[in-house]
Write a protein that binds this ligand. Structure first.
Ligand SMILES: C[S@@+](CC[C@H](N)C(=O)[O-])C[C@H]1O[C@@H](n2cnc3c(N)ncnc32)[C@H](O)[C@@H]1O
Length: 126
């Protein structure tokens, strides 16, 4: 479509590192849609802050579907957590949702709807 422009952008970067055309959209974006991508970005606070800065103050909206990684530590022993270096790095579904909610609310973004679909994870144990 002629009216659509596409850019490729690593969304794990800070605001200053964004490509110029994206930065030019500061406070002008009404809708950000993401499908199964946000969970790849470790620094979620920075990510949400960047998206927040893009949104218009007249009611911008972020609609995102993302994966919740399994809470592996719930299945590991203390020794295994140390061996695999996973201590404090995996979270329950509720903890995940609280992380997102806290980040959003900290920026003044209202978390309108947090829906968990199929929160079942199956540990594969050898
Ligand atoms: C499961 S795919 C989803 C792709 C697409 N949204 C869809 O629905 O088919 C995850 C996507 O996240 C993108 N991704 C991962 N890390 C990213 C990052 N730091 N910045 C931007 N995109 C990233 C990957 O390039 C990949 O295309």
């Amino acid at each position: 479509m002629d009216s659509i422009e596409y850019w490729t952008q690593d969304m794990s970067v800070s605001w200053d590192e964004l490509c110029p055309p994206l930065k030019a959209l500061e406070a002008r974006v009404s809708l950000i849609v993401s499908n199964y991508a946000l969970h790849w970005i470790d620094d979620k606070s920075q990510l949400v802050a960047v998206m927040h800065r893009l949104l218009t103050e007249q009611g911008g909206l972020i609609v995102a579907r993302f994966q919740i990684m399994p809470h592996l530590n719930a299945f590991l022993t203390d020794t295994q957590m140390t061996e695999y270096n996973t201590r404090g790095k995996t979270f329950s579904t509720e903890q995940h949702m609280n992380i997102w909610r806290t980040i959003c609310e900290g920026l003044g973004l209202e978390a309108k709807l947090l829906v968990i679909r199929d929160a079942k994870w199956f540990p594969f144990i050898r």
